[in-house]
Each structure stands twice: as C-alpha cells, then as structure tokens.
Design a protein around this ligand. Sequence first.
Ligand code: PLP
Length: 383
Amino acid sequence: MAVRNQPETRWAWVEVDRGALRKNVRAFRRLLRGRERLCCVVKADAYGHGASECCQIMQQAGADMFAVATVAEGVQLRETGIKLPVLVLSEPPIEAIPTLLAYNVMPSVYTVEFALAYGECAVQAGTVGRYHLAIETGMNRIGVPCTEALEFRRSIDFHRGLECDGVFTHFATADDPDGWDYQLQRKRFDEAVAALRDAGLEVGTVHCDNTPATIFDPASHYDMVRVGIGLYGLMPCESARGRIELAPVMSVRARVTRTAHPAMGEGVGYGFTYRVPRTTVQICTLPIGYADGLARTLSNRMEVLYRGQRVRQVGNICMDQCMVAIQQTTVRPMPEAEVGDVMTIVGRDGDDEITMDEMAALRGTINYEVACGFGMRLDKVYV
Ligand SMILES: *Cc1c(COP(=O)(O)O)cnc(C)c1O
C-alpha cells in the first residue's frame, strides 16, 4: 500500500489521521446543544495518539478544555502552547502544588489537607487556586463522598486563596444508562450539587459525562462533557455503535525488514511455537513487538494485512519484532513480500480492516488499552 508519511529511524509506526480526529471532535460538538462545553480527555498521551499534536487539532475543532491524568501531562500541554483550561482528573501529591500554580493546571480536589495547602500556596504566589471538586457517587475510586460534599466545602471555603471552578463525578456503568447503578450515581450527584447550590456556594462548571454517558444520556450533559475514547474514533461499548458516526484515528503499520524461506520443520522465534509446515512458506520479519504494544498473548493468534489480505503472525512475539508467514494456497495465491513492503497491524488496507476492537477481543481487553499500548514507544506520524 502507498504510505503518505513515515518515520526515518524505524520501520514501524503509529499513523494518526488528523482529519478523522477533527471529524470526531465536530461530531461530539454537534451532539451538544451549544451551551454545553466539550472537555477533551487527553490522558495517557491522548490515549496513545500523541497529546501535543492532538490538542492543537482538538483546539481548532472546538475543544473548550482539556483533562489529563497527571501533573506532568498537564505541564506538557502548557509547554506545547495550549492556552485552554487544563484539569488533572485526580488529586495530585501536595508536593506538586507549586508546579500546578506555575503552569496554571487545575487539580481535582477531595481532601481538606490538599485544598488548604493549595489555597495557601496560591495566596503566597499572588494568585488564586482554581480547582474542581470531585464527588464520589458510586465508583469508589476518588472524590468526597456525595453526602459530605457540603461539609467538605464548609471546611475549606473560608480560604481566600481557593476558587471552585467546577464540580464533577464519574460513572462506573455509563454503558448501561437504563440500569439502576447508573441512575443511582446520577441521583447522588444531582443531590450533592443541589445541596451546594442551596447553601449558596459557587459550583462553577458541573460535569459528569464520559463518552458513553455523553452519547446515551443528553439530559446529563449539564455544563460540560468529558469525552475521551470517542474522540479517537473508538466505541466505548458495542451498544454505542450506530448512535454517533466516528472515524478511527489510529492505524499501526510496519515495513518488512527481512524475508526468508526456512526449510520445512524449522522453528520460528523463541521456543519454536511455530514450525514451518512446508517449504512454500515465506517468513517476513516486522520491527514491532510487545514493547510497542503488540501484546505477547497475541502470538500465533493474530493476523496482519498485506496487500489488503490477511496473513498470519507466527511464532512468539518478541520484545521489538515479530514474524508473519505468507503461505500460498490454491484458493488464495498471494505475491511474496519484499523488504520494505508495508503491512498493517491495525487499520485499513484495501477492502479489509483490522480494528482496535478485533485486537482487543483477541487480547481479552478493551480498545482503550490497545490504543494506549501502541502509543507508548512507536513513532507517530500525522497524516
Ligand atoms: C478517562 C476519563 C474520562 C473519559 O472517559 P472515556 O470513556 O474515554 O470517554 C472522563 N472522566 C474521567 C474522570 C476519566 O478518568
């Protein structure tokens, strides 16, 4: 297949489709009624897609805010010139407070100790410490228990160095919006926000929706939604398919670095978990392995696309390389590969496509983890 772009130093890479990313951001913008803001979740280097590049595109396409998982990720956005508000989706260590203030990155807050230290530091720096209050409504991960939100605010609101910029929670079962668990979380959140409002406290931006809640439950959009996986063109669950039109953003490709025709009975890779059945098998080496996100559990179970057709991966996947076998059959004659030929590990080639979901199913995990994995070491090219 024709390659529009590729890294210079390694024949394996993640291809990020800028147009698809732009299209997905706009699709979510259209889903919102206009007043609601769109917070793009770009944690884990934008789910492996490269946060610096993706944020620029998202900003142009209509993002209002960015959310990250760590302070370092927030700092990275500032260093690449992002000016929109940035929220860290958990409460960082107290030691991170000077960095948060210096880079204007907002923390999530749920301990009095952190909140007061943050306010104190902000006053000393001659600024105000804006934060989002995380409320625990059922996920049992982070946040102030929903029944204690008012009490929590009362114990920190005296501090003139603090400003509540938002209040949020996170759903554990947003893929089942009719379920009791989801409804209970919503109810608890509504009650906690109402209690704060009734007490006359500033709540700022109220938000709770991740991708599935944004798609399934427009009534819960409130002031803002936090969309992650959907922006990258991946469905949060099967039932979301058909509800919104999204285009996959990430493809993973590699060029053949070596070809050989080992004799019948020869083994391939560590442990010889594959042996050449007959001499008409061509073994091709690809420079991508489990340290690149190609999980070793896929060994001898996955396929890659070559000239729009599926070929089997064979032998144990190594840390940095793997092998595939081109095997001629009478029903499917296939040209042998040459060094430099492109193979597609995830993505479209001709009429066929290997999706993140297909790979996730083979691995027994979710598309989120597959995308993040490929983002960790592979070079990214933006097409
Ligand atoms: C990761 C995350 C999101 C985004 O979730 P998606 O399912 O990817 O849309 C939103 N909010 C919080 C708190 C998160 O941790």
